[in-house]
Design a protein around this ligand. Structure first.
Ligand code: NAD
Length: 476
């Protein structure tokens, strides 16, 4: 059992109820209860954030940096505890859970560094006779209260990608974590509550669906930053009114293994990209395109390596594939595999399921119209296809509703540049899988995959707006 955790309303821990049950995602058993905020509580939180905005704006950058550094210190001290909680509430294998907590620390550390580097520009404005004697300067000012909504699959680090830049620029916020994994964000709330943040600066509220509506529609909030599925994200944007909107959504990432790739290296990386944390990553390798001259060798090596992956209890140090977030999700993906097989695809390995644990699965010959190709699988499944024409394979990757990241194993710099120019994605990763991310890089997608970029500095730009000062120097 885990403890029962409070929510955070205007920096204060509160337990108005214990309505949300949190389960162990491997056993399915309840392990904790946390409060669930309703619309009234969210309304209060937004009001507190609005009142905190001037104090947040007026903090000196060294004060913001101190708070972020204080969080880094506390996260480091509690890293193992955080990883153990994450392993239970998300079913994330313990090694990956530790990896996520180390990224949480990176994200706050980079935000602490960036918090003292907000710059502007001095401009000449005397571009014509009527502007003689004028100059300008612009700086960035915080947009004000923000609302953040985060998904289940990286409950620490994706909340950190919103919280840390907000603190770095001085925006108060209200965050709603995913109902399946609310504890990670509440643990971050416990740490934030021990800092000197101005009263009311933050609220972290697991919330009912009706309550969550305010986070999108309330005009006191100046920015909505949402990470989650396209099916939820785009309709929220349509309801968001005048606020800025950032959407970090899903994908069905493509990865190309070209004829000159080091196949053993590529296999090792594809195993991680396709299957770590059961493929529940928005940039999980889903569509693998292999040059026909190396297709059968690569396939053989990849299948052999996939069969060796250990599935089961995420608490075990040896486990590579833990449960998916729910049995329903594992059943959904199992059906997608069966549908592809029924329409002529071949199963190379996997396909079996025990409860929420779906075996890592590889297929070939999957029709492009099958969900396994066309939609976001968000599970431990990838499909292989041979190609012979490099430009055609770039078109294949682009032939998708999504565009988050793509990966390309090649040693040919010209092909690397061609891919970078032509692929309709937010990022092209050369020599690695599309699933590679580090927390200071610009990260986000195009098409159905979203709008805007995260990666501290880029979020800080979104959470601020430019304010100009024009200076007229009268002629004597
Ligand atoms: P989801 O869209 O079901 O939920 C995301 C969040 O939105 C949760 O907090 C959920 O409670 C909330 N939510 C759902 N309906 C809502 C509504 N009507 N109003 C307000 N909030 C609402 O996504 P999920 O299942 O938690 O996460 C998986 C999805 O997230 C996948 O599509 C994945 O690709 C995507 N994702 C994207 C990124 C990225 O950075 N691009 C990162 C991780 C996950």
């Amino acid at each position: 059992m885990l403890e029962s955790y409070p929510l955070y309303l205007g920096n204060e821990p509160q337990r108005p109820n214990a309505d949300l049950e949190v389960t162990d995602k491997f056993s399915g058993k309840p392990v904790s209860r946390v409060p669930l905020a309703d619309a009234k509580l969210i309304d209060t939180a937004i009001g507190l954030a609005e009142q905190a905005a001037p104090a947040m704006r007026e903090m000196a950058s060294f004060e913001r940096q101190e708070i972020l550094n204080q969080c880094v210190g506390r996260f480091e001290e509690r890293a193992e505890e955080f990883a153990q909680v994450l392993c239970v509430e998300a079913g994330k294998p313990i090694r990956d859970s530790r990896g996520e907590v180390s990224r949480l620390i990176d994200t706050f550390r980079v935000a602490a560094e960036e918090s003292v580097r907000m710059t502007g520009e001095v401009m000449t404005l005397d571009i014509s006779a009527r502007a003689r004697g004028y100059s300008g300067m612009w700086k960035r000012v915080p947009v004000g209260p923000c609302s953040f909504i985060t998904p289940f699959n990286f409950p620490f680090n994706l909340a950190a990608h919103k919280i840390a830049p907000a603190l770095a620029v001085g925006c108060p916020f209200v965050l709603k974590p995913a109902s399946k994994t609310p504890i990670s964000a509440l643990l971050m709330g416990e740490v934030l509550a021990q800092t000197n943040l101005p009263k009311g600066a933050f609220s972290i509220l697991p919330a009912t669906r009706e309550g969550s509506d305010l986070l999108t529609v309330d005009d006191r909030l100046k920015l909505l930053s949402f990470t989650g599925s396209p099916a939820v994200g785009w309709p929220l944007k349509a309801k968001a009114g005048r606020k800025k909107v950032v959407l970090e959504l899903g994908g069905n990432a493509g990865c190309v293994i070209d004829e000159d790739a080091d196949l053993d290296d590529a296999v090792g990386r594809v195993i991680v990209g396709a299957f770590y944390q059961s493929g529940q990553s928005c940039i999980s390798v889903q569509r693998i395109y292999v040059h026909e001259s190396v297709y059968s060798t690569f396939k053989e090596k990849l299948v052999a390596a996939t069969k060796k992956l250990k599935c089961g209890d995420p608490r075990s140090e040896q486990t590579f594939i833990g449960p998916m977030i729910s049995e329903t999700e594992a059943e959904r993906l199992e059906k997608w595999i069966q549908s592809a097989l029924a329409s002529g695809a071949k199963l190379l390995c996997g396909g079996g399921r025990r409860g929420a644990v779906l075996e890592p699965s590889l297929l070939e010959g999957v029709a492009k119209t099958e969900s396994l190709c066309a939609e976001e699988a968000f599970g431990p499944v990838a499909v292989l296809e041979a190609f012979d024409d490099f430009d055609a394979v770039l078109d294949e990757i682009n032939d998708s509703a999504f565009g988050l990241q793509a990966g390309l194993f090649t040693r040919d710099i010209y092909k690397a540049h061609r891919a970078w120019d032509r692929l309709e994605v937010g990022g092209v990763v050369i020599g690695d899988v599309p699933s590679w991310r580090v927390d200071n890089m610009p990260y986000g997608g195009v098409k159905d995959s979203g709008l805007g970029r995260e990666g501290i500095r880029f979020s800080m730009e979104d959470m601020t707006e430019i304010r100009l000062m024009v200076l007229r120097t009268p002629r004597k």
